[in-house]
Design a protein around this ligand. Structure first.
Ligand code: F6R
Length: 258
């Protein structure tokens, strides 16, 4: 796991560099797209590059991580709506090239299976962008999630519903109790995972992710088993990392060896 402690305002461009590097090699790359506030600066940076003509996402495909159950089609908080407005409509991706699990499907279990098949049919995810919840979830894999889980229905914790109430006008009762989410096993199959976290409220989850024991109690710790994870954090989110100085030292003395 590579841990980069960088100023918050630089994270968007740094991850956009990772995406641009991948697309230079593979214009039809498959992107794993998080929603929520963490990736917004990344999407701003990608949109700017596309409008400047230095990047094209036209041939890419995207898969979102999760979706609330029970929000009407077009609801502003539905992640299928959010990803269209935050990314797809601002770049040159055809709108149908991004798919998420459909939280309005009549048979949610079939939908989870179909969604997994769609990812497999696309050849798997090349680069997965992730945020992290203050309770250590990635996608909506709440504490207690199986480290081998696949896309399924989950119940959100009260903490996640409280954290996300800000998107629902501050009304926790408006936040659905259930969601569909890629599993930890699903996410772990992405070839490169880039996780971004900023702010003190993420510092415990980040400390567990990077330095804690691998455990379903802190679901993001499953990423310690992944061979290629890059974690971008600001000073606040890094504030509980015991080895922070070592990560800074590694970054400062980074060079290609061999
Ligand atoms: C969203 C998602 C969640 C968020 C996490 C952090 O698709 O999968 O895991 O990444 O809840 O949310 P923010 O970025 O809003 O702090």
């Amino acid at each position: 796991m590579e841990v980069l402690i960088v100023p918050e305002h630089k994270i968007g461009e740094l991850v956009a560099d990772d995406v641009s590097g991948l697309i230079a090699e593979r214009p039809d790359a498959v992107l794993g797209l998080a929603t929520g506030s963490s990736p917004l600066r990344i999407y701003d940076a990608l949109a700017r590059r596309v409008s400047e003509g230095v990047l094209s996402l036209q041939q890419t495909k995207g898969f979102t991580l999760d979706e609330y159950v029970g929000l009407a089609e077009g609801h502003p908080c539905r992640y299928s709506t959010v990803i269209q407005s935050e990314l797809v409509r601002r770049v040159d991706m055809p709108s149908h090239s991004v798919r998420g699990p459909d939280g309005g499907a009549s048979n949610l279990h079939d939908e989870c299976r179909n969604f997994e098949n769609a990812i497999a049919d696309a050849g798997g995810v090349d680069l997965q962008i992730l945020g992290i919840g203050s309770d250590g979830h990635i996608a909506f894999n709440e504490p207690g999630s199986s480290l081998a889980s696949r896309t399924r229905v989950k119940t959100l914790t009260e903490q996640t519903r409280r954290d996300n109430a800000r998107f629902f006008g501050g009304d926790i009762d408006a936040v659905p109790r259930h969601c569909l989410t890629q599993g930890l096993g699903t996410i772990s199959e992405a070839r490169h995972i880039v996780l971004v976290a900023t702010g003190h409220e993420k510092s415990e989850a980040v400390a567990q992710l990077v330095e804690g024991a691998v455990s379903a109690r802190w679901p993001a710790t499953v990423l310690q088993h992944h061979p290629r994870v890059t974690v971008y954090v600001d000073e606040a989110a890094a504030s509980r990392l015991i080895l922070a100085d070592y990560y800074r030292y590694t970054h400062a003395h980074r060079r290609l060896v061999g």
